[in-house]
Design a protein around this ligand. Structure first.
Ligand SMILES: Nc1ncnc2c1ncn2[C@@H]1O[C@H](COP(=O)(O)OP(=O)(O)OP(=O)(O)O)[C@@H](O)[C@H]1O
Ligand SMILES: Cc1cn([C@H]2C[C@H](O)[C@@H](COP(=O)(O)O)O2)c(=O)[nH]c1=O
Length: 197
């Protein structure tokens, strides 16, 4: 089963993802962008480059996703493992659709989803850590071009579109709560997901 954690920068995904290691010691914990491949390194260069072309950046993230899928996610799923990924394809649909909003591509989210449809694997469940853009930007420290409240407001609107389109896949957790309450809510959601299996 593939479970993904999604949300704005600073929503607390990594805090939750790290805490879940103790709860599910046998699960495969992974992330996007990857942190163990040259594709992930290329993505991180694009994140740090204010002048990086948004379309080129989309394809770097997508290349990293393709490698992540074939090298980590698909083999683990084939072995029957629980895979928990800190960010996954929805991050592309939400972030790169926002980056390409004023580009020549008329429907960026649909375009990005179309690219993924040919090869990707949709998560079984996605836990969305919901936080307002101002809190997200403040928590993340505004260290790069993505961690800005105005941009994150567009990203959040895109996440809302995704949730509206697939309400059965997404579980929304209020990420403005204290970290221990957020973790309790995520643990309860995951327990329900695994019970339903
Ligand atoms: N529920 C919370 N309440 C207050 N602060 C939090 C909460 N969860 C995480 N934080 C803090 O916010 C900061 C960002 O958390 P974290 O790295 O987990 O977020 P993230 O969603 O993974 O961000 P990014 O996508 O930018 O990597 C950290 O300093 C963390 O301690
Ligand atoms: C996977 C993915 C990520 N991003 C953005 C979101 C963040 O600002 C950075 C790095 O992610 P992290 O969780 O803070 O390490 O990249 C993106 O724009 N598109 C994606 O597909």
């Amino acid at each position: 089963m593939l479970v993904t954690l999604e949300g704005l920068d600073g929503s607390g995904k990594t805090t939750v993802w790290e805490a879940l290691h103790d709860v599910y010691p046998d699960a495969v914990f992974t992330r996007e962008p990857t942190d163990d491949s040259w594709y992930g390194e290329a993505v991180n260069r694009a994140i740090g480059d204010d002048d990086a072309d948004p379309l080129a950046t989309l394809f770097l993230f997508t290349a990293d996703h393709a490698d992540h899928l074939s090298r980590v996610v698909r083999p683990a799923l084939a072995d029957g493992e629980l895979v928990i990924s800190d960010r996954y394809s929805d991050s592309r649909y939400a972030y790169q659709a926002a980056s390409l909003r004023d580009s020549d591509i008329t429907r960026p989210m649909e375009y990005i989803m179309g690219i993924h449809a040919a090869f990707s694997r949709t998560p079984d469940k996605t836990i969305y850590l919901d936080v307002d853009p101002e809190t997200a930007a403040a928590r993340s420290g505004k260290t790069n071009k993505f961690e800005q409240a105005a941009y994150l407001a567009d990203v959040r609107a895109n996440y809302e579109r995704l949730i509206e389109a697939e309400p059965e896949r997404f579980i929304r957790v209020d990420a403005t709560q204290p970290p221990e309450d957020v973790l309790d809510a995520v643990e309860a959601a995951l327990a329900d997901i695994l019970d339903e299996q």
